[in-house]
Design a protein around this ligand. Structure first.
Ligand code: HEM
Length: 222
């Protein structure tokens, strides 16, 4: 059960607090631990990046569909777009012809399908996924970039780790503050906010499921 959100705290604080346990769970997965501990080969990192490509295509195809939507529209900032960066990384990691070989793990397919479904049916639910990925990338994603550069020898901020580099965001801390202000003004009523929190928790769980599949494919810890 998610903790009951406060009715007075700003929504950005509510959603953060209500997803903290799920964040910890995702962060503590064996795959993440092994990856951040530098114990995995570059093939595992490449497979992970490939999974992100499926997820971000769903997010960014969804964004194209939601442009102009009064609830989700304000969150859809072009500076966040990650698909082009992921495609450069994957060309570097997997070599020519990677698109024809790319496959989604079952958990990734479920995750991407959920994002696509929400983009078509529930804009505020889509925002829950948007928040979970993009604010995370602007935060802990920077830790992953540093470790990937050191572990697998990518050029600093170069091909292989472009996904983590937001070239159009000069000041991530300021960007995150603005993003949280948008969350605080999310144009839905209280009961719907409660559902958004639940969907955010679901978004974290979908990420954890991808880590579990990746952990099974690249076992080490355990
Ligand atoms: C080992 C991996 C991870 C590390 C080291 C990490 C680390 C962090 C850190 C340090 C912050 C706080 C940044 C701040 O206060 O500005 C943060 C925030 C966040 N992370 Fe992670 N994280 C990891 C994995 C994930 C995953 C897998 C997700 C979800 C897909 C995620 C989603 C988020 C979100 C949404 C926030 C923003 C919370 C908020 O301020 O509202 N993180 N992360």
């Amino acid at each position: 059960m998610a903790p009951t959100p406060s009715t007075t705290a700003p929504f950005s604080a509510v959603i953060r607090a209500a997803s903290q346990d799920r964040h910890l769970e995702a962060e503590s997965s064996a795959f993440m631990g092994d990856m951040l501990g530098g114990r995995l080969g570059v093939a595992a990192y490449a497979r992970y990046t490939e999974q992100l490509w499926f997820v971000y295509r769903a997010l960014e195809d969804g964004a194209a569909r939601l442009a102009g939507d009064p609830v989700a529209g304000p969150f859809l900032r072009p500076e966040l777009a990650r698909v082009a960066a992921l495609e450069r990384d994957l060309g570097h990691l997997l070599g020519a012809g990677w698109r024809a070989r790319a496959t989604a793990l079952p958990s990734t397919a479920r995750y991407a399908a959920r994002v696509t479904e929400l983009a078509a049916s529930w804009p505020a639910g889509y925002v829950a996924h948007h928040y979970t990925r993009y604010l995370g990338d602007l935060s802990g994603g920077q830790v992953i970039r540093g470790i990937a550069e050191r572990t697998w020898g990518f050029r600093g901020k170069g091909d292989g780790v472009r996904f983590y580099v937001f070239e159009a965001i000069a000041n991530p801390a300021a960007f995150k503050r603005e993003y949280r202000a948008l969350l605080d003004g999310l144009a839905v009523d209280g009961p719907e906010k409660r559902r958004v929190v639940d969907e955010c928790r679901n978004a974290f769980a979908l990420n954890t499921a991808v880590f579990a599949d990746l952990g099974a494919a690249f076992p080490l810890t355990g």
